[in-house]
Design a protein around this ligand. Sequence first.
Ligand code: FES
Length: 179
Amino acid sequence: METEATLSASKEPCCGENPPEDAGRRDFLTRATVALGAVIAAALSATGIGYFISPAFQKREEDWVDLGRAGDFKAGSPALVEFTQRRRDAWVTSERRSSAWVATADGKSFTAFDPRCTHLGCPYRWDAGSERFVCPCHTAVFGPDGHVISGPAPRPLDQYQTKVAGNRLMILPKAEKKA
Ligand code: FES
């Protein structure tokens, strides 16, 4: 009897061995954990990549520039206004100094001219005596509304879009060619 009891006890699984169903469960849990980790890593990578490349796909907003109080511009006396233009392209922000001639006939509606002559790009000036814009390079002459009066300029002065927001005069410094 003593011998049988010893034999039957030796057939029971010992504490250090795993039955096949335990091994299968452990294998499944390991695979599930690895798969879940891969999914989380992929999600985090996609978020990180998106964060870094999204500026390249962002549509740049139009860059209106504030030129000051609309009421400060005198009717019939165009003024040269300097401004700083800031542009953001993807990750890069740049600044550029520029200027515009601002004219108004009534203090309510405004015209902003690109300060470069439409002949070869020289800066022109306002001649208060003749009430015309005059280019010193090849003597092109433009009226207060920018049309060509004389000289070699092939077209009127280029203009910027304008708007009054609140009491501020704003321009969009992207020259539009006038035919
Ligand atoms: S650049 Fe102005 S007339 Fe030539």
